[in-house]
Structures are given as structure tokens and as C-alpha cells.
Ligand binder design. Sequence first.
Ligand code: GRF
Length: 198
Amino acid sequence: MNICVFASGAGSNFRALLEARNAGKFESEIVLLITNNSGCGAVNIAAEFGIKTEHISRKIYEDLCDEEYADVFLNVLRENKIDFIVLAGYMKKVPDEVVDKYERRIINIHPALLPKFGGEGMYGMNVHRAVIEAGEKESGITIHYVNKEYDRGDIILQERLIVRDGETVESLQMRVLELEHKYLAEVIRKIEVGKVEI
Ligand code: GRF
């Protein structure tokens, strides 16, 4: 498969995927990064690994209607022969037309055990803060297919961890990221070998 990663932030999952690919943990090629934020860490990582970046943001295309804006994504994806999309810390909603076109071929990684702590506004540190404030005994990661509702697609994999006494938002984020880095590549491998339905 030719994979495109969508990312908006630090890009640690993007890096972990590139390293896993270079270590032969899966066979697909990561050929493209799409970001809405040209100053984000993921863009630097793409440059470091020689991966092409496309910056697609509403701010650049403010005159386009939603359908035309979706076409910008679809054209870039087609031009780069992308058959699979990984959302790795992508903060924007993927246009519905892209979700339709790539049905069962887009996955997202979420830093909690969905369906808890998901939905709009539940991203990054907000998620870990909410988990700690709710006094949860466990948290973890969810890797799921993307549909048109935030964080509601079918779940492919969840991995749990115990929330420790004295756990902080930062320590929880770090421990959850470790799980993310390990399992995102594993899921891609499973999809490649048909152990997960696409
Ligand atoms: C991760 O926690 C991921 O689950 C969430 O956003 C964060 C991205 O981190 N969707 P990074 O940019 O990969 O470091």
C-alpha cells in the first residue's frame, strides 16, 4: 500500500511509523504527509526522512466551497497514488468526500479507551486531563477506522494501561504515547496481511 499520514502536531507517531517501516516492521511505503499546519513537528520529520509534504489548510483555500476543498485532498491523494491513510495527531475533520472515497482505508489513533473520552474537543492533553479528573483506573489507546463521526468508527485494537497513583497528565501522555508508537505499526502490518478487514 501507499500510505499517506495526516498530522498536525509534534509527529512522534509519524516518526515511529517511519522508523518501523525502515526496520522492516511493515511493507507499505509512507509516501506523503498531509498537514494543516506547515510549522508543525511532523513537517520537520518528513524533511528528515525525505517524505513529500502537502500543506492543505482552509486558510489557504478560503474561497473554495466544501466540495471543492475536499477535491483538493482527493486530487493530492490521487496524484500520489495513495491507497491508505493514517491519521496520527490530525486535528482537523477529514472531509466527508475523502472518508467516502477511502472507506475502511483510513485509521486514526486515539489516546484513550474509546468510546470513553472521545468526540469533538477530546484531543491531546484534554483527553489525559479528563481521564485523570474522572479518577479512571485505566486508560490506553484505541486504533479505529474513521467514519464521518468523530472517534466513532469500528475499533481495530485497544491496549490498556493502569493509571498509577500520582499519575500526572504529562506522565500519562508519555506512557500512552509509548503504546501508540508500538501498536500503530503493528496494526498496519495486520492490515497488510489481511488479519484485519479493510
Ligand atoms: C497522539 O496522542 C494521538 O493519539 C492523538 O494525537 C497525539 C499525536 O501525537 N491523536 P504526535 O503528534 O504523534 O506526537
